[in-house]
Design a protein around this ligand. Structure first.
Ligand SMILES: *[C@@H]1O[C@H](CO)[C@@H](O)[C@H](O)[C@H]1NC(C)=O
Ligand SMILES: *[C@@H]1O[C@H](CO)[C@@H](O)[C@H](O)[C@H]1NC(C)=O
Ligand SMILES: *[C@@H]1O[C@H](CO)[C@@H](O)[C@H](O)[C@H]1NC(C)=O
Length: 330
């Protein structure tokens, strides 16, 4: 999804490449002895009551595309301590010394945008360029690309730096001819392969689910590209349900909103695909823009973001949230 539209994805990759996003060292930051050097605590009690609460046209007041954030935070304060602790449990997740290192940066073209997938067997991380950003020229003209980095290259000498831009090689996995995955957006590990969702291109290249060999020459095949002969809208993100091994994916209309796909042929839904039976089923609806999806490790819960706020421009009366539900029964 791009600037306004890539909102949610910016958060997704922020931990790795960008280091953007919320928090405020002052006054919300509470010192603790055990607080990691790159972390800050966001204590909402410190700003539950403000003397002046700005109108919607100014809310947040610092980064228009962040739908919420501590009052008076600045980009500098957010990046200075990029791990933002809203609840104690998060400290257990990040551990005593999390670090954030900038590995690369582009000014206009969102090369590092979506679908970060770490494949443990080869210890490499794959990620996709944005397909809808005018600055990238991708979408209708040419496909977004997939690139990767070898995690063995991320040594302590790298992670001890905040900015190691240029020190790690970034390798192309697919070219912009779109031959392998057309406008990739979501990805995950699946069996011994990588699974990517392609958003499609124009009217005649439908969105599809692709399986890719994680090793060169990255043999790729399509395993789903329609529902009873109907094209999906623009497949976005994907997760495998650990309870049944099925593929769950979101299908918002960002390809249409970003002018590289025709008017939608389906509501904006969450789907399930069982490779074993071939069955394709709608499992959740009622979204403005279903976007990221992730199961908890046991499959007891599924998390789905709705980024409806970001469509053609911003509509703050649309959702910008994450829904959690006990496992989908389908
Ligand atoms: C934010 O900044 C304004 C102007 O400097 C100040 O009046 C206000 O108290 C600050 N709010 C918080 C929550 O720090
Ligand atoms: C990181 O380093 C690169 C190369 O020296 C520089 O161009 C870039 O502006 C730096 N970025 C930040 C956020 O400091
Ligand atoms: C960042 O990555 C791009 C794409 O792989 C590459 O062309 C560029 O040289 C990299 N920049 C640095 C500073 O490594």
């Amino acid at each position: 999804m791009m600037v306004p539209l890539q909102l949610h994805k910016a958060f997704l990759v922020s931990g790795f490449f960008l280091g953007v996003v919320f928090s405020n060292p002052n006054p919300a930051h509470t010192e603790r002895q055990s607080l990691p050097a790159q972390a800050q605590i966001i204590d909402q009690r410190t700003f539950n009551v403000l003397q002046n609460v700005p109108p919607p046209s100014e809310f947040g007041g610092f980064l228009a595309w962040i739908p919420f954030g501590p009052p008076n935070a600045t980009l500098e304060s957010l990046v200075a301590r990029p791990f933002h602790i809203y609840s104690k449990e998060f400290e257990d997740i990040i551990g005593p010394n999390p670090t954030l290192t900038l590995l690369n940066h582009t000014n206009g073209d969102p090369l590092f945008h979506e679908a970060p997938v770490w494949n443990p067997s080869i210890d490499e991380m794959f990620f996709c360029q944005n397909a809808g950003a005018p600055a990238a020229g991708t979408g209708l003209q040419k496909s977004a690309i997939i690139q990767k980095i070898k995690l063995s290259a991320i040594t302590p000498a790298i992670t001890s730096q905040r900015n190691a831009s240029g020190s790690v090689q970034i390798e192309a996995v697919t070219g912009d001819d779109g031959a392998k995955v057309m406008n990739p957006n979501g990805g995950t590990n699946y069996k011994d392969k990588l699974l990517f969702l392609g958003q499609g291109k124009g009217e005649n290249i439908p969105p599809a689910i692709y399986l890719m060999d994680p090793k060169p020459p990255y043999d790729t095949k399509i395993i789903l590209n329609n529902f009873f002969g109907r094209q999906f809208n623009s497949l976005n993100d994907v997760s495998i349900n650990p309870r049944n091994g099925d593929i769950y994916f979101t299908d918002p209309t960002y390809g249409f909103v970003q002018d590289f796909r025709p008017a939608p042929g389906f509501p904006k839904q969450v789907w399930r695909f069982s490779e074993a039976t071939g069955a394709v089923t709608v499992v959740a609806d009622g979204f403005s823009m279903p976007n990221g999806i992730q199961f908890s490790p046991s499959g007891s819960h599924v998390y789905i973001t709705d980024s409806g706020m970001a469509q053609r421009g911003m509509d703050y009366s649309n959702p910008a949230n994450m829904l959690v539900s006990p496992h989908l029964s389908l």
